[in-house]
Ligand binder design. Structure first.
Ligand code: NAP
Length: 229
């Protein structure tokens, strides 16, 4: 049976688009929100969009706590919160789950986007500290929500870079990336690589503005069919 994927912040731009793509790929999905009614409305909306393209999707909506407890894999598609309060509050519900942080701590000023300083090194490492009973990975930082939301857009030439301290968990997320983009993710190693992945998104956003595009990441000379050694 397929893993159930819960998406916290599933009503937002990234979460909703990831939920849409995962449901299209046949994964059971639970959209999470701080407001159960908002989550249910988004789930209904995504089900409708997929029905229009002939996909009978399995998408439910629930308050974040219930969504967290229902997922085999739980994606964090919420804004970075220096205090970590909202994630810490879910520690019990997320115990034993594979958590994937998609969080990019970014700031914007007159010079454009930049990576914020995170005391723990990265948002992903902060999450790992807040969720000692969960297995924490990080991925999907560089996909653009509008591109994901456009189901006609081919994302199979974009790499999803996956990091985490548990090799088996990274392998699961590498496979999950294929359900989102059509291309397996790239295992980039330890969770601390998130210190590079998260702020790199500021570079993509700066490029997007200058070239009026939605830039993505593609590593050259990596044979994904062989998998990591
Ligand atoms: N947008 C992108 O293209 C993109 C790409 C890669 C990564 N990301 C990262 O993904 C995360 C979400 O980005 P987004 O653009 O989707 O943001 P967004 O549109 O603002 O959505 C975030 C969702 O998180 C929930 N939320 C807001 N404040 C919260 C809080 N204090 N605690 C818990 N939940 C909260 C909200 O849902 P409810 O109000 O329903 O709870 C909201 O719909 C960010 O960390 C961002 O850096 C975004």
């Amino acid at each position: 049976m397929s893993d159930t994927i819960s998406v916290l912040g599933g009503t937002g731009a990234l979460g909703r688009a990831l939920a849409l793509r995962l449901a299209r790929a046949g994964q059971p999905v639970v959209v999470g929100s701080r407001d159960a009614a908002r989550a249910e409305a988004t789930a209904k909306e995504l089900t409708g969009i997929l029905a229009e393209v002939g996909v009978e999707a399995d998408v439910d909506g629930a308050a974040n706590g219930e969504a967290a407890a229902s997922g085999d894999v739980v994606l964090l598609a919420t804004p970075w919160d220096e205090s970590g309060q909202s994630i810490a509050a879910l520690a019990e519900a997320l115990a034993g789950r594979l958590v994937v942080s998609c969080i990019n701590p970014l700031g914007f000023d007159k010079q454009g986007p930049y990576g914020l300083t995170v005391a723990e090194g990265s948002a992903a490492e902060q999450v790992a500290g807040l969720l000692p009973a969960s297995t924490v990975t990080a991925a999907f930082h560089h996909l653009s929500a509008p591109s994901l939301a456009n189901l006609d857009k081919d994302l199979s030439a974009e790499d999803v870079l996956v990091c985490g301290d548990d090799a088996a968990a990274r392998t699961r997320v590498v496979a999950l990336a294929a359900a989102v983009t059509g291309r397996p993710g790239v295992d980039v190693g330890a969770l601390r690589q998130a210190r590079v992945l998260e702020p790199f998104t500021a570079v993509l956003i700066a490029v997007n503005k200058r070239y009026r595009t939605r830039a993505g990441v593609l590593l050259t000379h990596v044979d994904l069919s062989r998998g990591p050694a």
